[in-house]
Design a protein around this ligand. Structure first.
Ligand code: RNT
Ligand code: ZN
Length: 421
């Protein structure tokens, strides 16, 4: 697309939106300030750098596909992420997992990891103007193979994972201090059971005990913030998940923590978008894992589907954009992994743009006067407004390819770099 036609199409779109009382310039200015936290684990199929054979053991996570060029070390993963960021408009964040530390030659077990193992990431992020977030890795490890970590009734195993999460929170706080912005530490554990359990109480009591031990250490919210991620079920935890939504919501509300709502972690007819206005007034802040559930899988690449549109609309309508942290969470190795990052991130940003272009005042007016038919008609009508022209202009202004032109660069990177790995 040539710049002239992008600008002409935008000028026409801007008028269309103005006719509806929407200032597209304002929408774009707001979009520019919203960071997404891009998950490093899409780049290497959640393998990490520990050179373990237990890939994803006890995790209930499954990556399918064998596209060429999986990142094998930090250097490669950073290069791939930098390539992805070059095709995503805006300034964003990087979401790390503990298994992505740079551990050198001697093996470092999870209960002994330190801030120094993440200095390489910090330096890189500083150079690129990115902020980091962090996650404990309570899976893909022999001590997680039984499917119980923080809820394990065997004290040695439980203690090991408590120590791991303590290390991770310390690392998150150190990162936050260095980058002078809070690093979000998210905790997800795979604990649960494939078949009907009888001791739900024991498992949850053990998890509660572990959490109390972990959070006994306090950090300044300027440095790090905690969130807890629930799940409905996973592979191998079909009958019971210890860290369910109710469990973590209760914990978060009473201990002033955030919950992380993953779009793939609820019953398919449940709306995560609807949960934001129900949870945020009580937790103050919230973390989202934007993903796409497809049948049994909760981790397909994000697209601009109804769930993402609804979610983005609720985020924007909340008027609390800075309290809602948006991270992506999916992993697909069946096509170019960098393309997966770019496609998912751009889809989420498009969702936010569509939401920012809503005629909010008009809709609220129709809402409050119970003009249901008019409201629905307007909601339908604005779907036909030319947001694509606004999006292309946004990409153009940010120096990234408009439309699907980013594909060319992904293909070129695959030929130049990925296919040679
Ligand atoms: C798993 C959770 C969790 C993971 C990452 C790798 O069901 O969604 O967020 O995807 O921590
Ligand atoms: Zn998640």
């Amino acid at each position: 697309m040539d710049p002239g036609s992008i600008e002409r199409a935008y000028a026409a779109a801007r008028e269309k939106y103005a006719e509806r009382g929407v200032d597209s310039e304002k929408a774009l200015a707001r979009l520019q300030t919203i960071p997404l936290s891009l998950h490093c684990w899409q780049g290497d199929d959640v393998a990490g750098f520990e050179r373990r054979s237990e890939s994803l053991a006890g995790s209930g996570l499954q990556v399918t596909g064998n596209a060429p060029g999986r990142a094998r070390d930090a250097e490669e993963l950073r290069a791939d992420m930098a390539q992805a960021f070059a095709l995503i408009p805006g300034r964003h964040r990087v979401n790390l997992h503990a298994m992505y530390g740079e551990f050198g030659d001697k093996p470092v077990d999870r209960d002994a990891i330190e801030p120094s193992h993440f200095r390489g990431w910090e330096e890189w992020a500083r150079r690129l103007g990115l902020k980091l977030d962090f996650n404990a890795t309570c899976f893909a490890h022999p001590k997680a193979a039984s499917g119980a970590t923080l809820s394990c009734r065997e004290n040695g195993v439980r203690k090991f994972w408590v120590d791991h999460v303590k290390c991770c929170r310390k690392i998150a706080a150190s990162i936050g201090r260095e980058q002078q912005a809070a690093c979000i530490h998210n905790l997800w554990i795979p604990d649960g059971s494939k078949d009907v359990p009888t001791d739900r109480w024991g498992a949850r009591a053990a998890l509660l005990k572990s959490l109390e031990e972990i959070f006994a250490v306090e950090y300044s919210p300027q440095q790090m913030k905690d969130s807890l991620e629930s799940k409905l079920f996973g592979i191998g935890s079909e009958s019971f998940v210890v860290g369910s939504h109710e469990f973590y919501l209760g914990y978060a509300l009473t201990r002033k923590k955030m919950v992380c709502l993953d779009l793939g972690h609820f019953h398919p007819t449940e709306s995560v978008a609807d949960k934001i206005s129900a949870v945020l007034p009580f937790t103050g802040e919230i973390l989202l894992h934007v993903s796409r559930g497809v049948r049994w899988d909760s981790d397909h690449v994000v697209l601009l589907n109804d769930e993402v549109r609804d979610l983005a609309a609720e985020i924007v309508r909340s008027q609390a954009l800075d309290k809602i942290h948006i991270a992506l969470d999916y992993f697909d190795a069946s096509f170019n992994r960098i393309g997966a990052w770019v496609l998912g991130a751009r889809s989420m940003l498009k969702g936010l743009l569509v939401a920012l272009l809503e005629p909010q005042d008009k809709l609220r007016e129709l809402d409050s006067s119970s003009k249901t038919l008019s409201r629905l008609a307007l909601l339908e009508e604005i779907k036909a407004l030319p947001f694509g022209a606004v999006w292309d202009y946004h990409c153009h202004k940010n120096g990234v390819p408009p439309a699907d032109e980013w594909l060319r660069e992904v293909d070129a990177y695959e030929r130049r770099v990925l296919s040679r790995r």
